[in-house]
Design a protein around this ligand. Structure first.
Ligand code: K7E
Ligand code: CUA
Length: 615
């Protein structure tokens, strides 16, 4: 089940060495199975959403060591992100985001290692990170009509779309006011199909589907028999607008939305759909087959399609079971119009016709992942545990007593939210490790005062019984993560000179210099070990000074920074990259600039002066 390389397997069988950078439960010398010795590499890249840090954290699996932060929605001086013209433009007017669900791009249902998409719950955006250079390339949004982008970014099997659903409902179009007391009449939620260009990854909003003002929660995309569909739970079909803790927990069953995104695409192509804020907005009551509701037990959170795409598993937080829906039965039910009613024109599928079983997994079930061997693993928030259970088909005895489907349980510390198995949302999960992403650290590890990190725990799932291997911490606050085998990603470490298409790039000190047009000063500068050219920039007080800084190094890891004293500027430029950034020289005086990223024995000497002459 584990991804051993052949020679490594050979070594392990011979019992000569315990670890060659890969993982093994047969650890030697008392080292944990996750031990990756110095200089060796992990088997997987692990991409954590950074929650309200607005970032993505990259770690290795199984070591859980954090490798890098990829800044997305929040400035990061360590990467010069949020200082350059391009990154400032991408971030727009916002200085943070709330990243919950990273989604890896896929081709034919498996990870292709091209892009990582993430959502911003707070400002209704999605972003694309290139896995060639691990940098944010596009931020799309705020998405029109959409408020509370929590239920995303779920990637379809060929990265046709990121599917996005709203956590909050507002009067449409966004920006309209209506009193909150008129919530049920005047407010709406939205499901959006964010179109992804297959070549460039460029995202644009393709279409939207209007929904009742339910609070859409987690989602996932279909595959196999359910390809073309996406699923979300909702925790507020009561349509309450205050004291949600009580008022949104009234009904025994809420609804999941089953959305046929292929049909939505068709509807938009074949009809003249009224655009709302520039996006075709489909009313599912008028276009049959776009959306169905399926009842789900009390206040559900996660909904996860199994690797085969046949079983759709949704968990009700306030009921100690997880519900398995049969997508084949769902298809039959909609063909036979086997409905138990409708809500605002959307058919509600008969629950009993589509449920395969309710598995008593334990208290507070949230999210489910799969190992590709017929097992499912559900996080139990209240119980602080992970339950392992068998997907259907179940034998007769199990059908009589569903507790028999639960085959193992392991405690985690404490209060787990998401959990992750590499490849769980693909057709072929890599079922060797499980990472429990726990929300509360409490007494684990050294105390750092009241603001505590989150804990991740690594569980070996290669055997019958789950085994706790190790624990690590992350800054606030991962929600979900995805992991991909290291060899699927092919990063570049240097931007080759011939590929640098920045129009203001310079490669030769002879072509650098300072030019002026009115009060606009342009500096073409290069950096290399251990010198800036030019290293003196003379301007007049009040000038707008724009730097185009090219790091002409063509050597891996030879990064140069560019900090200007008392000007709130720190650019960081990768080898072969050109960055553009501006300051206003509003203070007379002499201000040193210097390389902020350690680069050589003479890094300290890498400095220069900005002379600002008084007006
Ligand atoms: Cu469960 Cu935003 Cu996916 Cu947090 S969410 S846990
Ligand atoms: Cu260049 Cu430090």
């Amino acid at each position: 089940m584990r991804r051993f390389s052949l020679p490594l397997l050979f070594v392990l069988v011979l019992g000569l060495v315990g670890c060659g950078g890969s993982s093994s439960s047969n650890s030697t010398d008392g080292a944990p199975a996750s031990y990756v010795p110095p200089g060796e590499k992990d088997d997987y890249y692990l991409f954590y959403s950074g929650g309200h840090s607005g970032q993505v954290f990259v770690a290795g699996l199984p070591s859980l060591r954090e490798i890098q932060t990829v800044p997305v929605f929040t400035p990061s001086p360590g990467h010069g992100y949020g200082f350059s013209k391009k990154s400032k433009e991408m971030m727009g007017e916002y200085r943070w985001g709330d990243v919950h669900h990273p989604g890896l791009s896929k081709t034919e249902g498996t990870y292709d290692g091209r892009w990582l998409f993430v959502n911003d719950n707070a400002n209704n955006r999605v972003a694309r990170i290139s896995l060639r250079d691990f940098k944010t390339k596009q931020i799309l949004g705020p998405i029109p009509n959409s408020m509370g982008n929590h239920g995303s970014s779920f990637v379809t099997p060929n990265t046709e779309y990121l599917l996005v659903a709203t956590r909050f409902s507002v009067p449409l179009p966004k920006g309209t006011h209506a009193p909150i007391e008129t919530y049920q009449e005047n407010f709406n939620g939205i499901v959006s199909g964010v179109d992804v260009d297959p070549e460039t990854g460029e995202m644009s909003v393709g279409w939207q589907v209007k929904t009742p003002p339910f609070n859409w929660d987690l989602g996932s995309t279909g595959k196999g028999p359910s390809d073309g569909w996406a699923f979300w739970t909702s925790y507020n079909t009561e349509m309450a607008h205050d004291s949600l803790e009580i008022n949104a927990s009234q009904r025994d069953r809420d609804y999941a939305a089953f959305v046929n995104w292929e049909r939505a695409e068709e509807v938009v192509q074949n009809n003249d759909i009224d655009p709302r804020n520039g996006v075709p907005l489909i009313d599912p009551a008028e276009h049959e087959g776009v959306m169905y509701f399926v009842p789900v037990s009390k206040s559900p959170h996660g909904i996860d399609a199994s690797p085969s795409g046949r079983w759709i598993v949704a968990s009700g937080k306030l009921q100690p079971t997880t519900t398995v829906f049969d997508f084949e039965q769902f298809r039959t039910a909609i063909e036979n119009e086997d409905f138990q009613g409708e809500f605002r024109g959307v058919p509600i599928v008969n629950y009993d016709s589509v449920v395969e079983g309710e598995v008593p997994v334990g208290q507070g079930p949230l999210h489910t992942q799969y190992d590709g061997e017929g097992n499912a693993y559900t996080s139990l928030f209240i119980e602080s545990a992970v339950a392992k259970w068998s997907l259907p088909p179940w034998d007769e005895e199990t059908q009589q007593d569903m507790s028999r489907a639960v085959t193992d349980k392991i405690s985690v510390q404490y209060n787990i939210g998401h959990l992750l198995i590499p490849g769980s949302d693909t057709q072929e999960p890599y079922g060797d490790w499980l990472v429990a992403m726990n929300k509360l650290k409490k007494d684990r590890g050294l105390s750092v005062g009241p603001e505590m990190p989150e804990t991740s725990q690594l569980i070996d799932i290669s055997g019958q019984e789950m085994e706790m291997i190790e624990e690590d911490y992350t800054p606030p606050e991962p929600h979900f993560a995805q992991a991909v085998p290291a060899d699927v990603i092919d990063p570049i470490e240097v931007y080759k000179q011939e590929n640098n298409d920045h129009p203001e790039a310079r490669w030769n000190p002879d072509n650098t210099g300072v030019t002026r047009s009115g009060d606009q000063v342009t500096v073409h500068m290069i950096s290399k070990r251990s010198q800036y050219y030019p290293d003196k920039v003379e301007v007049q007080q009040g000038d707008e000074v724009t730097f185009h800084l090219t790091n002409i190094e063509q050597v891996s890891d030879m990064i140069h920074g560019f900090g200007i004293a008392e000007h709130n500027m720190n650019a960081v430029v990768s080898p072969g990259e050109t960055k553009t950034f501006s300051i206003t020289a509003d203070k007379a005086g002499v201000y040193p600039f210097y390389c902020t990223n350690f680069c050589s024995a003479l890094h300290q000497e890498m400095q220069g002066y900005l002379e600002v002459k008084p007006q």
